[in-house]
Design a protein around this ligand. Structure first.
Ligand code: HEM
Length: 108
């Protein structure tokens, strides 16, 4: 289950190295340290936004549904002041049953 622990942006900003890399996308605080090696576009672009809100950068790329679902795996909490909508809650559900649903998630 995705964590609902609340972080401020300055707390997120304390994690901006290769060995400890966090950022925020759509109000979700992500610890992507283990994902750096796996990112199809490499780790450098991720390290550039480490400790920041990377929502715009993430959206500008036009990441696939698969990528959007994948990021839930790295969620460690939410950004302070961020309110989740009903569809966001469904996304948590997708994450918690990710293994069973992976085939349909990939098809989007
Ligand atoms: C946890 C967060 C992220 C995940 C899970 C993720 C995942 C992916 C995946 C699966 C792809 C392959 C193409 C696709 O499926 O859309 C991709 C491509 C890419 N990502 Fe990410 N990404 C993340 C964050 C970011 C961020 C923050 C940036 C920019 C600062 C970024 C920049 C790119 C670029 C430049 C590509 C290549 C696009 C292309 O080849 O056209 N990604 N990412």
């Amino acid at each position: 289950m995705a964590s609902q622990k609340v972080f401020t942006l300055s707390q997120v900003a304390q994690h901006r190295s290769k060995k400890d890399c966090w950022f925020v996308i759509n109000g979700r605080v992500l610890d992507v340290t283990k994902f750096l090696n796996e990112h199809p576009a490499g780790e450098e672009v991720l390290i550039e936004v480490a400790g920041k809100d990377a929502t715009k950068q993430f959206d500008n790329i036009g990441h696939s549904k698969e990528a959007q679902n994948l990021l839930l795996k790295y969620q460690v909490g939410v950004l302070q002041g961020h309110a989740f909508t009903e569809s966001d809650k469904n996304a948590f559900f997708v994450e918690s049953t990710r293994k069973e649903m992976s085939a349909s998630v990939i098809k989007g």
